[in-house]
Design a protein. Structure first.
Length: 404
């Protein structure tokens, strides 16, 4: 029971600067044995969170990036909160925090200790006026906000030296707008959405990658044919062997050829690894998009296993391919038109709301990424809170292997 009480659902969202350099993550969390929509509500729960972060390791969740944390009003005075490192942590004061002299003193204490303090979900309302001079960073929720309001308010509101972050930036157009009015940082899924490149067609490298994926994913491909497809591409062969030796700790010897890899791991597993190697080789995109592909793939696979679904490898492919539109800057329906995937995978990728296991795992991933654990738990009740952190760790291992 004690172990269950110390479990948290964790996820993260990337934060970028004006040059699309990845600089931070916002870490999202909920206590797994409380109501999923609730915030942290007691000193015991705050202490549990601090313990979880120390056990899991901030480096595993955020790497060398800055970590943003939501801090409810009840948490501002907590000694456990002050266990977090000051060098790479930003503490977000929630928008429903009510100003008082006591709250002001608590914020000042955090700043004096060296924490960067942010105001979350600011929408240019007077009720937040007293917070603004105290915080280092202001997060503005732009979803549904009138563009004229941004143009009129930003120049007069932003103080010298203060950082402004636009959150819930969902399209490239919104990103460009926010840059133009003076935002410094950006958070949202604009980087994971395709850019429409009119009249250019599919670029040569993307076309080659999609053709290669089609061959690898062909359900009729034999072991010998798959071997020939992989070894015909030197870079792909090298990447697949690195991936195999990264994940195949239980094998009796180091794998030195694709034939060996196929004999030890089988066609299905090697098809999956080869597809991952191809996707992470498509150039010109933020590294976080490749990480998203790997993390989604692993979460879908783990969620399928824990839910007792058939063919977890198929769910891995589903998660991995869910970013193909952003990688190729094409509508998903066009990207997957030539890929020989099962109908339930195809339907889930194009957003058809069929009652299938593939839809359930992909929807689970989307809910986790947005920190919506209410819907995540409604959809797949048996998936453990640890799947996200396990997927992040797995993706980090693959990144190291692919970069070797």
């Amino acid at each position: 029971m004690e172990k269950e009480q110390n479990r948290f659902f964790m996820a993260r969202q990337a934060i970028y600067d004006r040059d699309l350099k990845h600089v931070a993550y916002e870490l999202l969390y909920r206590k797994s044995d409380t109501a999923f929509g609730s915030e942290i509500t007691s000193e015991d729960e705050i202490t549990s969170l601090a313990n979880v972060l120390m056990e899991v390791g901030l480096d595993r969740l955020a790497g060398n990036k800055r970590a943003f944390f939501n801090v409810p009003e009840c948490m501002l005075a907590s000694d456990a909160l002050r266990l977090l490192p000051t060098s790479n942590v930003t503490l977000e004061i929630l928008e429903d925090t009510v100003w008082s002299s006591e709250v002001g003193e608590q914020i000042q204490d955090l700043k004096e200790r060296g924490y960067q303090v942010a105001l979350d979900d600011y929408i240019f309302e007077d009720r937040h006026a007293k917070f603004l001079p105290m915080v280092d960073l202001v997060k503005v929720d732009i979803m549904g906000m009138d563009h004229a309001l941004l143009h009129s308010k930003m120049p007069s509101t932003k103080r010298r030296g203060q950082i402004y972050l636009a959150e819930k930036v969902e399209t490239q157009a919104e990103f460009e707008l926010c840059k133009s009015v003076g935002f410094d940082l950006f958070q949202g899924y604009f980087f994971a959405k395709p850019k429409t490149i009119r009249g250019s067609g599919v670029r040569a490298v993307q076309s080659m990658s999609l053709n290669l994926l089609a061959k690898i994913q062909d359900p009729a491909i034999t072991m010998d044919e798959l071997e020939q497809v992989i070894i015909a591409n030197v870079a792909l062969c090298h990447k697949v062997l690195r991936l195999v030796n990264c994940v195949a700790n239980g094998l009796p010897t180091r794998v030195n050829s694709i034939k060996q890899a196929l004999m030890f791991l089988g066609t299905t597993k090697i098809r999956t690894m080869a597809s991952l190697a191809v996707i992470t080789s498509i150039p010109g995109k933020p590294p976080e998009l490749y990480r998203m592909a790997m993390i989604r793939a692993r979460i879908c696979e783990l969620a399928a296993k824990e839910s007792g679904f058939d063919s977890p490898d198929k769910h891995f492919t589903l998660g991995m391919f869910s970013v193909l539109d952003a990688l190729t800057d094409m509508p998903m329906s066009e990207v997957i038109a030539e890929l020989p995937l099962d109908s339930d995978v195809l339907d889930a990728l194009v957003g058809m709301r069929n009652a299938t296991e593939c839809n359930e795992t992909l929807e689970y991933v989307h809910n986790v990424e947005h920190g919506d654990w209410v819907q995540a738990k409604i959809g797949l009740k048996n998936v453990s809170p640890e799947v996200f952190t396990q997927a992040v760790q797995w993706a980090q291992e693959q990144e190291r292997s692919l970069a070797a």
